[in-house]
Design a protein around this ligand. Structure first.
Ligand code: BTN
Length: 276
């Protein structure tokens, strides 16, 4: 593996959540670059307070600790770098090229979910300014469906047509450890890019280039309402702009469902932020 900042890789057979563990380590002053990987999580966390579950030993469950010096408006790029590095790794390891379904899901054919990314920040005591102070910690966790599901038959009814795996899509086993190492190698230059204006602009445009939601008819489910429209862009802050006819709406957080145009069999009826 090329030299990277990700040399402290901590492996667990079982843990509650790699994100939880790494956030605690961050609060105790752990430096950027620590990686945690688990065969199984008993309380894996997904977006919007959901659970993330996978059978032991089947999928890649990992978190990385970043401490980028980013303005609040750019912090979403810390999540994006992991999603983009995961795409790079999957392309190299399998030949498949997943897209990004807003905000951070990696999706395969039919918009079926291959991976989810969850960033959690600690703005606590080690995040103050001053000589020797560290930047705020952002723990970015990723769950990649590597070996599970093997087929739709493995999935609970509500995930059929929604989730898939590298194994299911490629028809062959994929090595989780090799994938993690490729991801970390791809992550190094992407994290370095966070440190410059040009680098951040490049990351933003890579994100938009891979975002399969742009141009799609979507339904947006917020806590208290739903609406439909056409997703037209992702802003520099990572927000989704949806044209609802009478106006543009900006979506900061929520579930986006790609709607299937009548007669179009390429698109699954929807997908969402996590395995519930
Ligand atoms: C999503 O809801 O799509 C995000 C899922 C993120 C799951 C990963 S698995 C490794 C890391 N640890 C967690 O508890 N969650 C993330």
């Amino acid at each position: 593996m090329p030299e990277t900042r990700f040399t402290d890789i901590r492996r667990f057979e079982s843990i509650d959540s790699t994100n939880r563990y790494l956030l605690d380590e961050a609060r105790n002053g752990a430096p950027e670059g620590v990686v945690v990987v688990a065969d199984h999580q008993s309380s894996g966390r997904g977006r919007l307070g959901r659970h993330w579950e996978a059978p032991p030993g089947s999928n890649l469950l990992a978190s990385v600790l970043l401490r980028p010096d980013l303005a609040p408006a750019d912090r979403h790029l810390a999540t994006a770098v992991v999603a983009l590095a995961a795409i790079d790794a999957i392309v190299t390891e399998t030949g498949m090229a997943p897209g990004i379904k807003w905000p951070n899901d990696l999706v395969g054919p039919g918009y079926r979910k291959l991976a989810g990314v969850l960033a959690e920040a600690d703005m606590g005591s080690n995040a103050t300014g001053g000589v020797g102070a560290m930047c705020p910690a952002i723990v970015v966790g990723i769950g990649v469906n590597v070996g599970w599901p093997l087929s739709d038959g493995d999935l609970p009814d509500d995930l059929v047509g929604i989730a898939t795996s590298l194994r299911q899509e490629t028809g062959r086993p994929v090595d989780r450890t090799a994938l993690l190492h490729r991801l970390l190698a791809a992550l190094e230059p992407r994290v370095a890019a966070l440190g410059s204006v040009d680098g951040r602009a490049r990351l933003g445009s890579d994100l938009r280039r891979h975002c399969t939601t742009i141009g799609e008819r979507v339904r947006v489910d917020l806590l208290d309402e739903s609406f439909e429209g056409t997703a037209i862009d992702v802003t520099a802050e990572g927000h989704l702009i949806v044209d609802v006819g009478v106006c543009m709406r900006t979506v900061v957080a929520g579930d986006v469902i790609h709607l299937r145009p009548i007669g179009d069999t390429r698109h699954a009826p929807g997908s969402f932020g996590s395995h519930e």
